[in-house]
Design a protein around this ligand. Structure first.
Ligand SMILES: Nc1ncnc2c1ncn2[C@@H]1O[C@H](COP(=O)(O)OP(=O)(O)OP(=O)(O)O)[C@@H](O)[C@H]1O
Ligand SMILES: [Mg+2]
Length: 254
């Protein structure tokens, strides 16, 4: 069976889309799934930065191959210590334009045949390659922060997804850096965003530290509030109940 494809989109640049994408990937890995992160921020290659990975093998290794197979997979995958594999964004600025929607579709087909879950990180704004990924995805995650400019950006992204005909029941909205004191209420969120919030991820200085170490909190500190909020979201919205139950049984037994 083809693996689940999850695409993470930011309401506004700097909302924490990459942080959330890599932590979701690690939680899925911690639940026993084979997981790959695909970085479609082709200009700035955010995932390599957050996971402190060298960009020697990137998605560019797939360009020019008509048929993508296990050999090509070996040329584009960079493993991370957390157990998550990554397909990183191109290293050279000139290569970004070569990553077309057709390339993305082919790579995603290969990855979903090879992994249980593929988490796609995108750059701010809905580019043509992000739309190609959204078209193949099983779940769309839109990340915002609780400030009004970001929430308005969130409303715009949701409207654009509607215009593109993307099904609403595939969507989950996550509010990042959302604490009890700073966060808008559920009623306010409904008023501005007109969409329920699936998860609130707290703000923590440990996120910056985790980026400096190249190790997401879900891997280094699974009991951290940021990791726990991410895990709750994954268990409720991304995994079938049977997987969560099997995982809890294993944890209890272990
Ligand atoms: N929950 C959080 N608590 C504290 N800081 C956070 C949190 N989430 C993200 N950050 C910080 O916000 C900054 C931006 O995060 P990140 O790179 O994940 O955002 P992004 O939406 O992917 O940005 P870009 O538009 O550059 O792709 C980083 O410096 C990160 O440390
Ligand atoms: Mg990013």
């Amino acid at each position: 069976m083809a693996g689940q494809i999850v695409v993470v989109v930011a309401a506004k640049s700097g909302c924490g889309a990459t942080t959330i994408a890599v932590n979701i990937a690690v939680v899925l890995r911690n639940r026993g799934l084979r997981v790959c992160v695909l970085d479609l921020d082709t200009r700035f290659g955010d995932v390599a930065g957050v996971l402190n990975l060298p960009r020697t093998r990137t998605i560019s290794g797939s360009i020019g191959h008509d048929h993508l197979d296990a050999d090509v997979l070996g040329e584009i995958i960079t493993p991370h210590l957390s157990g998550v594999d990554c397909v990183l964004a191109p290293d050279k600025p000139g290569e970004a334009g070569q990553v077309t929607p057709t390339v993305v579709t082919k790579v995603l087909r290969l990855l979903s045949d090879s992994y249980d879950a593929v988490v796609v990180d995108t750059a701010g704004g809905l580019s043509a390659i992000a739309v190609a990924a959204l078209d193949m995805a099983h779940r769309h995650i839109v990340v915002s922060t609780p400030e009004l400019p970001a929430l308005r950006g969130l409303r715009d992204v949701l409207d654009t997804l509607d215009l593109l005909g993307q099904p609403r029941d595939m969507r989950s909205v996550i509010l990042n850096r959302s604490d009890a004191t700073t966060s808008i209420s559920a009623a306010q969120a409904d008023g501005i965003v007109r969409s329920p919030i699936a998860a609130h991820i707290p703000s923590s200085r440990d996120v910056a530290r985790s980026i400096n170490r190249g190790m997401p909190l879900a891997a280094s500190h699974p009991e951290h509030s940021v990791a726990l909020a991410t895990a709750r979201f994954v268990d409720r919205h991304l995994l079938p109940a049977s997987t969560v139950a099997a995982f809890s049984r294993r944890e209890t037994a272990g």
